[in-house]
Structures are given as C-alpha cells and as structure tokens.
Design a protein around this ligand. Structure first.
Ligand code: LLP
Length: 465
C-alpha cells in the first residue's frame, strides 16, 4: 500500500472497510439482534412500538435518544428471572439513570447501583427504596457517605483505606451501622478495552488480593464496631463476552472469602461479581443470553464453594449495559455528505449528522464500533462504504466508523444508530456548546419525553459573565 502523506492511519481500510464488515444484500434491512425488540421497518421507515422515526423526529427534534421501554423492562426482568430468587440483581445506573429508568428497574424487581452523590440524588428523587441501593465509588466524599448513611442505603462498597476511616468516624457520629462490602481486584486482565478493564493490578479501583491489601482492609473493617461486613465485591470490567475472566476472578475472590473465614473467623453472607456483560453493537459481537450467564456464573461459584467447603454466600450481580444498551437507538438528521478518494481508487462517503461526540463519545474514547441504518425512507441505491460523523470540531468526532449505507443518503434523511442506551446519554457533554439531546420513551404506540432536550438557556445558566 502506498503510504499516505498524512500518516499511516489515514491510508488504511480502502473501500472494503474492516474485515468483519460485510456488504449487506439489502442495506435497508435491519440486523435483528442489534435492535430493540419492538423496532422494525415498515416500507423502509423505521418504527418502534408503533411510532415512526420521522414522526418522533418531527415532534421531538434530533438528535434524539429513543428508548423502547418494554425492551428495557424485559431485559431487566430477564436478568432477575434468569438468576432467580437467590441472586440480587443491581442495575448499574451509570449506564443510564434518570427518574424514569430508576422506576422501571424498581418495578421490575431489581436493586440499584449508584456511584456518586448525583446518582444517589436521582434514585431518591425516583423514590427508590434505599435499602435496595448500593453505593460505589473509588473516592467517595464524606458528604456522599454521610448522605448514604442518613438515607439508609443497603450497602456501601468500600474502595479505600481512607473510606474505612471516614465511615468509622461517620457511623460513630451518627450512631448508625454501615453495611459494607469490600471491592477487591483479582488480578484479572479482562478481554476488553484497557479503559474499561478494572480488575488487573495497575488501575485505581479496589484492594488487591495479590498483595494482601484486601485481607488487610477486611481486618481493619472488622475492628470498627459501626461497620457490618456483608462480603467481597469484584467487577472485572465492561463489554466482556467470555466467561473465563469471571471464572478466574470468582475463584480468587472465593479463595479470599474462605481465607477470611478461616483466619479471621469472619463469615460473610454475600458476594458480588459485578457487571460487564457485553452487548452487540455490530455483527461482530455475539453476546450471551442472561440464562447462559446465570448458569455459568452460579456453576463457577457452586464448584468453588464445594471445593473449599464453604457455605455459598448470597450472590449479586450488577449489569448496566446489557439492560440499557440495546433498548435504545439514536436518531440523527443528515446535514451534509461528501466522498473522498482513498488509496487504490477506493472511496469513502462521509455523512455528517446533527450530533456526534457530545451525544456518543464512545467511538472517540474507546474506538467503539457502531452500526446504523437509513430510518426515514427505503432506498434501492447500491450500498457504499460510509462513515457517519458528527458536527463537532474534531476529525475524531465519529459516530459510526464503517457502515454500508445506500449511496443516495442525503441532507434531510434520518439515520438511526442502535445500541446507544448505555454510556451515551450518561456520558453526554456540551462540547462546542451543543445542547444535550432529549430521551424519549416509546411504549404501546405512545411516546413521552423522559429527559428533556437542553436549550440555549440551559447552556447559559451557569455562565455568570
Ligand atoms: N459494577 C461496577 C462496579 C462498575 O464499575 C460497572 C461499570 C458496572 C457494574 C456495570 O458494567 P456494565 O454491565 O454496564 O458493563 N463508559 C464505559 C463503561 C464504563 C463501565 C464502568 N463501570 C463504556 O462506555 O464502555
């Protein structure tokens, strides 16, 4: 390949796109497992639970996050049902938390994991039962801990020595007990992007099992009268497809669990294995169903408990992405297009939409791949390799790096990107003073705003001049 004058990265890919991307026979057709349950195309027009994409765009504007509420609820329920009554499922609110989603998970019988005072405030606004809330965070402030104790959260997952000391002082001051778990790192390199891998040694979360600091933390907690130790907590990372990482982590964590019982005489009633279950963003992803995850994880825990002659602690898990992610697509309007020549006579079509890294920063942050479809009309035009980009002042402002779209996609068309329910609105930002997009929930042919769009007044509200 001739080297590109702007550097090697610019010269790759050609018109074939990455190896995993197949040219579709019909670019109008949806790949069903990438979309929420109630999404389909009717005469080329995308519809969700009886509402059409053009109607939604007209009523609420674009970019727009569109949640299939029944899909979200069904995924929440299916984790609870698959894992059964002996396992507590905490929805990881960081994936996408607002008052409506907090209520949905509460109604579907799940618990809630929050990791900041802000997320806790949303849960409280939603009236979420505080005993079913777990508080995470590697640097919880005294104010956050105080609030959690005052409202009576069901568990605080302790992440540092300083936090143990803060909780010791607060429980003494307030005259309450704190139910705590200890976040441990099992030394597992999860197969995922480095930035979302959390259980190897060289990162910020938790107490290492390997260097003895986890055992030391438990010893310290056991010496504080106000702290009630529930168990150990392990979260190995996010967007994970293979269970080997969970298996290794569960084994190491249960070994520590047994060691604590034997050496310190402390029996812990619970064990949390975190979240991280991957979803399909493109045809290259093949996620496991909750039923398979439940079977695998409980088998691993049962085997290890048997081997160590331990009573099985009550298990809990914390899925976020796998519940929220697939329920939602983002609807954009196309503004401009252009084709660029690539090496070897190939070309790529750039399609600019009215959002970008402010509503989905995952491609820029983790090189995440997405797919998309033309949502407002059918087209017979041959598919061309396209790159969907945003309106921000960065060339890394990419929404969908590689996708085959009909060659006649033009200004005014709507594009829909599936799998944007997790870590998109929750990571949304105001770069370039772009207002954050609205979230609309659709159910049984009815749509409603659950998070309204920001406007110019919102953008200027904090700017005191
Ligand atoms: N539990 C703990 C302690 C976590 O830190 C996380 C995610 C979860 C559960 C939920 O993981 P999930 O099931 O959603 O994979 N912004 C990144 C993901 C960061 C995940 C942070 N922690 C992304 O967009 O890929």
């Amino acid at each position: 390949m001739r080297s590109h004058e702007a550097g090697a990265l610019h010269g790759q890919a050609g018109d074939r796109g990455p190896a995993w991307l197949r040219r579709p026979d019909d670019p109008d057709e949806l790949v069903p497992h990438l979309w929420a349950d109630n999404v389909s195309k009717v005469d080329g027009v995308l519809t969700v639970a009886g509402e059409s994409a053009p109607d939604l765009a007209q009523r609420y504007g674009t970019p727009l996050y569109v949640v299939d509420e029944d899909d979200f609820r069904r995924r929440a329920r299916s984790f609870r049902e698959a894992f059964g009554p002996d396992v507590d499922v905490y929805y990881a609110g960081k994936a996408f938390l607002c008052v409506a989603t907090a209520r949905w998970v509460e109604q579907e019988g799940l618990n809630l994991d929050v990791c900041t005072g802000g997320e806790l405030a949303v849960a409280l606004r939603a009236g979420f039962p505080t005993a079913r809330i777990g508080l995470h965070g590697n640097n919880k402030s005294v104010a956050e801990l105080r609030r959690a104790l005052e409202v009576g959260v069901g568990r605080i997952i302790v992440d540092s020595v300083e936090e143990i000391d803060r909780l010791a002082a607060l429980t003494a001051e307030l005259g309450v007990d704190a139910p705590v778990m200890v976040r441990v790192t099992a030394g597992v390199e999860a197969h995922t992007h480095e930035y979302i891998s959390t259980s190897h040694e060289d990162q910020k979360f938790g107490f290492s099992i390997g260097d003895g600091s986890a055992l030391e933390a438990v010893r310290r907690i056991a010496s504080v009268p106000g702290l009630r130790l529930l168990g150990l907590h392990s979260h190995i990372g996010s967007q994970i497809f293979v269970t080997d990482g969970f298996e290794v982590a569960a084994r190491r964590v249960l070994q520590l669990h047994g060691q604590i019982a034997a050496e310190l005489g402390v029996t812990m009633p619970e064990l949390d294995l975190g979240g991280g279950f991957g979803i399909a963003y493109t045809t290259q992803d093949d996620p496991s169903a909750p039923g398979d995850l439940a079977r695998n994880l409980t088998k691993i825990v049962d085997e290890e408990c048997r081997a160590q002659q331990l009573d099985r602690p009550r298990l809990s898990i914390e899925p976020g992405r796998a519940i929220a992610g697939p329920s939602t697509f983002t609807l954009y309007e196309v503004g401009t297009t252009k084709s660029v020549g690539l090496d070897g006579g190939a070309s790529r079509r750039y399609v600019s939409v009215d959002g970008g890294m402010s509503d989905n920063i995952r491609p820029a942050l983790y090189s995440a791949d997405y797919s998309c479809t033309l949502a407002s009309r059918g087209s017979d035009a041959p598919a061309v390799l396209s790159r969907v980009v945003g309106k921000h002042c960065e060339s890394g402002d990419i929404v969908v790096k590689d996708e085959y779209l009909p060659g006649d996609v033009r200004a005014g068309d709507l594009l829909a990107v599936p799998g944007t329910g997790a870590y998109c609105r929750s990571l949304a930002n105001n770069y370039n003073h772009v207002p954050r997009a609205a979230v609309v929930a659709v159910r049984d042919g009815e749509s409603r705003v659950i998070v309204r769009r920001e406007d110019e007044d919102d953008l200027l509200r904090l700017d005191v001049g």
